[in-house]
Ligand binder design. Structure first.
Ligand code: FMN
Length: 211
């Protein structure tokens, strides 16, 4: 027996509740941006993933605030076209959640919360020094889907990583104890280190049906 729910009969917030509890886990982009005035902003976005390599597409799902205006991250990216996606290791979880509070545009979350910043190489926004990986991105385009929501496509241009995490010659990655945490739903998170990891090679060719 299965059960069907017509999503078109739910309210938007019910759809959010259900879909974000079903499509899990989601990675978290801890995005750093700068405003025109030079304030560095940091905020988490879990409507996030990488969608291809040529161009190297990074997508963020940006919801507007309850009053309908864009959040600081969206405003800053629209102004300067650049952002950094920092990945979040488990020791950074609490700091990451703190940056999701509603700080005013002129307030810098890293400054207020004492999070160390380091200059990036290819973009103006700095990266979070303690993030295991930071990805420098430029905006390609934004799709405005409704008054409340837009999708932002960015191009990844550079990667900073903690020493030892990426082998520059082979591009093999050894996360060691710095695996990024993932969002389950609401305020629940998952640590990859505790999830069983499977290694299943993809089939080289399609099978024929057995008779
Ligand atoms: C783990 C986590 C994931 C989040 N994901 C999103 C998201 O994908 N899209 C979004 O609009 N807000 C998301 N939020 C909420 C924003 O982080 C929050 O509104 C924040 O205040 C925005 O900050 P800003 O105005 O500095 O950009 C998330 C919050 C948390 C804690």
């Amino acid at each position: 027996m299965s059960h069907h729910i017509d999503l078109d009969e739910l309210t938007a917030s019910e759809r959010y509740k259900l879909l974000t509890a079903l499509v899990i886990p989601r990675p978290i982009a801890w995005v750093t941006t700068v405003s025109l005035e030079g304030t560095t902003n940091a905020a988490p976005y879990s409507f996030f993933n990488v969608f291809g390599q040529d161009p190297a597409i990074i997508i963020l799902g940006l919801e507007h605030k309850a009053d309908g205006t864009a959040k600081d991250t969206e405003n800053n990216i629209n102004m300067l076209n650049e952002f950094v996606v920092n990945l979040v290791s488990s020791d950074m979880l609490e700091d990451m959640v703190q940056t999701a509070a509603a700080y005013a545009p002129g307030e810098s979350e890293p400054d207020i919360l004492g999070l160390s910043l380091t200059s990036s190489k290819k973009v103006k926004p700095p990266r979070l020094t303690n993030a295991p990986v930071s990805i420098e991105c430029e905006r390609i385009m934004s799709l405005s889907l409704s008054k409340e929501r837009s999708i932002l496509l960015g191009r990844a241009m550079g990667v900073f990583s903690k020493n030892g995490l990426i082998n520059a010659a082979t591009l093999h990655v050894d996360w060691a104890n710095d695996y990024p945490i993932a969002r389950l739903f609401a305020d629940r998170y998952a640590e990859i280190g505790r999830i069983r990891r499977y290694s299943i090679p993809r089939p080289k060719r399609a099978r024929k049906k057995k008779d």
